[in-house]
Every structure is written in C-alpha cells, then in structure tokens.
Design a protein around this ligand. Structure first.
Ligand code: SAH
Length: 333
C-alpha cells in the first residue's frame, strides 16, 4: 500500500480521481482558519509553525492564509509555513498555490519526524487514510493470521506476534471479536500521531486530523481503490489507483492520550463546521452571489455537512498541549 500510493501520488493527479473538502469549497478552509484564530492566542508568545501534512494542491493552506492575513495580520506575521509532502510533483503544485503569500516562505518536510522546534498548529486533511495498514484475521482462541498481497488478491499467513496497537487490547478484552473478523492496524499513522503529540506536549500547540473513518469499536476490511473516479480492485494496476482505508480514530485517540495529549471526544465534520459558523458564512456568500453561484454554495454546504454526505462519515480529531484551554467546536466527555 505504501509503495503503490507513493507511485500514485508521484505521477498521477489525484484530484482527477477524487475530490476533497478544500476542493469542494473555500468555506472549509475558512472555518479551519476561524478555529486556528480562536486557539492561537493561547499558544506561547513566539513564532509558530503552521504545518500541513499531505497538502495536495495547497488549496486548504491558501484559504487559511487568506483569512489569517486579512483578519489578524499580527498572528499572520508569526506563522512559519511547513508542508509535509513526499510527492515532488505535488510540491511544485503547492508552491504555485502559495505564491500569493511571498512573505510566508514555505519549507517542505519529508516526514513528521522533521518538525521544527517551536510551538505548532498542525493540520492534516485526508492524510491518515493514505497511510498503509496491516490486516489481521482472527482465527479464534486468541490466534491470528495476517493478510499478504498475492497476485490479484490476499492470502493469509499465521502471525507469531501482533504489533502494539490499541485495537487488540480492546477487541480481545471486550470479547467482541468472532473468528473471521478482520482488524486493520495503521502503524505508520500511529507513529505520526505519537510524534505530533510528543511535539505538542514539548513545545506547545494544537493539531487537527480530519478524515473519513470510525470512532467506534469496529472490525472489517475497509481497503478501497479509486481510479478514474470509480471504485476498482486494489490489486490491479498498482500505482494507478488511490488506495485508502477508513481511519480508526478510537485507536488514534488512544495513542495520543497515552503520549499525554489533551484529546477531546472525536467530532463529526458536519458538527465541527457548523459550530464554527459555516451556515452563517454560506448565507453571507450567497447574499453576494448570482443565482447559479448561490446554488453551488448551497450544494457545497450540503456536501460538507449533511449526514448523508461528508457530515458524519468524516471525523475531526484534535490534539493539544495539556495546558491549552478547551478547544472550540469540540465536546469534552
Ligand atoms: N489534504 C489534501 C490532499 C489529500 S490527498 C486535500 O484535502 O485536498 C493525500 C496527500 O497526502 C497528498 O498530498 C499526498 O501526496 C500526501 N501523502 C500521501 N502519503 C504521504 C506520506 N507518507 N508522507 C507525506 N505525504 C503523503
């Protein structure tokens, strides 16, 4: 999965195959900017790293910078930009997208292990879902097999030792697993969460991870491939299709809590955007628009927030330094 996605993002235009929230509407980035403006005053008084992982076309960061520059020029001046991106082709696209902000030069990073030593605001939209998972199959009696890719499908091999992952403790202790159930573990994602949380706890700051996934105790094979805007088999034409899985937010949250991060309950994207005022924003944009644009804005609002569309399937997880005040648009349980 790692190799196939590295090849895919290096040579293909992913946005010919799928569309993401920032590409649906500028309102998505604007609401994230509102959130950032709300939390920034609680950060230590110093330069702040504004970091995005997997920035795609750079649209989200450009929308965020536009709002911060206009409404809080002093905070804008404190932001140092970092983009975590492995695809050279997408780095070039991001550079063009951010040309409008020459006073905020971008530094590209290969991985989150290279984060700069300063407080940070970290965002990642549809980043975790692209990271490789391992699939384990429960065989009963505390025994497991692992899926391996073989020709155009999967085969099972016995597992000697399971990786450290919250889901195994949960599934087994709650006795909720049956023979044949599949459990997905995203070790690379767990490491990202660990590193980001450690950084936040040391230097201060906040992180937002937005992705499609589940915040319940679930099993199942969620691997899917998209090519030419259609679902396809993950095993044919590797590197030609985008491979994703649903993010296990319960596991990611447990990893962040274990590192000492403040992690409010996982929020849905619809509720998150509404609490930040996306309906008001849509109404204001519509008041200045012609009839065709009004329809487009209303449709974008629906796609981003409706439970039938992205509103519920997409989740938002925040991680903060433990001393940060409660974060806006989240519930604490
Ligand atoms: N956040 C963007 C793009 C999502 S597509 C949006 O919402 O539109 C996934 C992004 O993650 C792409 O930019 C891809 O190149 C990047 N990516 C995928 N795997 C990565 C990895 N292991 N390290 C860094 N970036 C990665």
């Amino acid at each position: 999965m790692a190799a196939a996605n590295a090849a895919y993002y290096a040579k293909k235009d992913p946005f010919a195959d799928f569309i993401t929230a920032p590409e649906i509407s500028q309102m998505f980035g604007e609401m994230l900017a509102v959130w950032i403006l709300n939390v920034m005053p609680a950060l230590p008084e110093s330069p702040v790293a504004l970091v995005e992982a997997g920035p795609g076309r750079g649209t989200l960061m450009a929308d965020i910078l536009r709002v911060i520059q206009r409404t809080a020029p002093d905070l804008y001046q404190r932001c140092n930009l970092y983009l975590v991106e492995t695809s050279p082709r997408l780095r070039a696209v991001q550079k063009t997208a951010l040309q409008a902000y020459p006073d905020r030069p971008v530094q590209w990073l290969d991985s989150v292990s290279d984060l700069p030593e300063m407080p940070m605001i970290f965002i990642a939209n549809e980043f975790l879902d692209a990271l490789p998972v391992r699939q384990f199959v429960y065989k009963g009696k505390e025994e497991w097999a692992e899926h391996y890719v073989y020709q155009a499908g999967m085969i099972e091999k016995p597992v000697q030792s399971l990786p450290a992952a919250p889901i195994f403790n949960r599934q087994i202790t709650e006795g909720k697993i049956a023979a044949g159930d599949i459990v997905e573990v995203c070790e690379v994602g767990q490491v990202v969460i660990e590193q980001v949380t450690r950084h936040l706890c040391h230097y201060g700051g906040v992180a937002l991870f937005i992705d499609y996934g589940y915040a319940q105790n679930l099993c199942g094979d969620t691997l899917q491939a998209i090519a030419n805007r259609q679902k396809t088999s993950p095993f044919v034409a590797m590197g030609e299709a985008d491979l994703t899985t649903h993010v296990d937010f319960l596991a990611m949250r447990e990893v962040a809590l274990k590192q000492g991060g403040q992690v409010p309950a996982i929020q849905t994207q619809g509720e998150f955007l509404k609490q930040l005022g996306i309906i008001l924003r849509a109404n204001r944009l519509m008041a200045q628009a012609n009839a065709a644009d009004q329809q487009e804005i209303a449709q974008a609002l629906r796609r981003l927030t409706d439970p039938q569309e992205m509103g519920t399937l997409f989740k938002v997880m925040a991680i903060a330094h433990p001393a940060m005040p409660p974060l806006p648009a989240f519930d604490y349980v």
